[in-house]
Write a new protein. Structure first.
Length: 465
């Protein structure tokens, strides 16, 4: 058995051709059914093999049959996007009651060479993937760029990804920029939360998140009160605890790097955002020793990798009758004599998702008075700006910035408005805020359906004039 090319660049594009020579008694055999199989050595332990024979059944992508001609059987596959490890190829056929076989190993090399640096960003950092009752898949584009020692883009770089929730699939290489499609399906498992053993970050969290055992009483009573420090939280009667990190999804992009001092360790998914790799967190086994290796600062071959965090958010936290029932609900409050402020957040106390298009994502204001009164708002339809996702993230690392500080959480939730009252005195007016959202960022050219159902009810503030 043989295969070309060897080594193969791990670019997801190059065709690897495996050839098996089939003989009986030293003579070539025609018409023999040869069973090809493959295994990717290295990568993510326990994860599916992201390689498939051309023409294989989707249910069994690592096996395929080919018929010999002039004693040769040929099978092809695309090299996986993995710039280390190897492809273990096997071929066998039935002959006189036996099953002779042969193997061939194709080393995988970093496509375009090893990288000195990597950038990884997605188009949005807050999507409505936790909205209940959505019917379509949410999409957005992410981009990873590997740079060589001269700071030039590496074409078709061997970029691998990890995703805590949803899927992150490579689509194409665009002038040295790897384009990935991030998808969140209605039935995808949500990010790690209290049901998976995660708890809020305490106020004493300095480097990484130090979790508390339960949501503090002061936070449960009023997540936004001065007595609630650290990560805000509240607990439902059924024991489910809500806090911003319960909606945060970690994404990772990694690429083989030039030999250097390893200050990152092997790439891993930090599901609970505590800065260290825990036993349940997937990792990329770069050196193939079957265990996770953390940073040791030594000079060696290693991977360069980046984290990017996306907030999954749900519908706005309003009680069923549209008024503020508890301190865990979005609400309207007075702001001086002629102003109001809407605090708008979801059940995890995160700013709700918007795509920053004023015509589709905004807040409509309306009013009704008990007498002849009329209310003129400063803005009858405010755009929802989602330039900032809500949680404060570090631009250089992608990690949560200062998880023990209250100012890191539940940011950009205030929508201010002014109004002017005209009419007779001694009457009551209701001022209503109604969010309207598309909440699906979309990925132009890749997705066909866009979720347009508005997930939010409104809320009302009453004032006597």
């Amino acid at each position: 058995m043989s295969a070309t090319p060897t080594p193969a660049p791990g670019d997801g594009i190059t065709t690897v051709t495996a050839t098996a020579l089939v003989t009986e008694g030293g003579s070539p055999v025609d018409g023999a059914v040869v069973h090809f199989s493959l295994q990717v050595q290295g990568g993510v332990p326990g994860a599916p093999t992201f390689a498939a024979w051309d023409g294989a059944d989707p249910g069994t992508p690592t096996t395929v049959d080919a018929t010999s001609s002039s004693g040769k059987a040929v099978a092809t596959l695309k090299a996986p996007r993995q710039g280390f490890g190897s492809l273990l190829l096997s071929a066998s056929f039935s002959s006189q009651g036996k099953e002779p076989s042969a193997n061939f190993t194709v080393p995988l090399s970093p496509s375009g060479g090893a990288a000195s640096a990597l950038s990884f960003v997605c188009e949005h950092q807050n999507i409505g993937a936790l909205v209940q009752g959505r019917n379509t898949t949410l999409h957005m584009l992410c981009r990873a760029t590997a740079f060589d020692a001269s700071n030039h883009n590496i074409t078709n770089a061997s970029v691998q990804t990890l995703s805590e929730a949803g899927t992150l699939d490579w689509q194409k290489d665009d002038t040295g920029v790897a384009i990935f499609l991030y998808s969140a399906r209605p039935d995808d498992k949500p990010p790690k939360g209290s049901l998976d053993g995660m708890e809020p970050c305490g106020a004493d969290s300095t480097s990484g998140c130090k979790e508390v055992q339960t949501c503090p009483t002061s936070c449960n009573a009023n997540p936004f009160g001065t007595a609630c420090s650290g990560e805000p939280c509240w607990e439902e009667a059924n024991g489910v605890t809500h806090f911003p990190r319960a909606g945060i999804v970690t994404l990772v992009a990694a690429v083989p790097g030039v030999k250097g001092f390893d200050n990152q360790g092997e790439p891993f998914l930090d599901k609970n955002d505590n800065g260290i790799r825990d036993a349940d967190e997937p990792y990329i086994d770069y050196n193939g020793n079957g265990k996770y290796d953390g940073p040791d600062g030594t000079l060696k071959d290693h991977m360069v990798w980046k984290e990017f965090r996306v907030i999954w958010t749900g519908e706005a936290a309003f009680t069923a009758n549209g008024t503020s029932g508890t301190t865990h609900d979005s609400s309207i409050a007075a702001e001086g004599n002629s102003g109001v402020v809407l605090n708008l957040f979801d059940r995890n106390l995160n700013a709700v998702a918007a795509d920053a298009i004023a015509s589709s994502d905004g807040i409509s204001w309306s009013s009704s008075c008990s007498g002849d009164g009329t209310i003129l708002f400063g803005s009858s339809d405010q755009p929802m700006d989602q330039h900032d996702p809500g949680v404060l993230f570090s631009a250089d690392t992608g990690k949560i910035s200062a998880p023990g500080q209250r100012t890191t959480w539940t940011r950009n939730i205030d929508y201010h408005n002014t109004y002017t009252f005209t009419g007779s005195p001694s009457q009551t007016c209701n001022l209503t805020a109604q969010p309207h959202r598309q909440y699906d960022p979309g990925a132009p050219g890749f997705d066909q359906a866009v979720e347009t159902t508005n997930p939010d009810i409104g809320t009302t503030y009453s004032r006597q004039f």
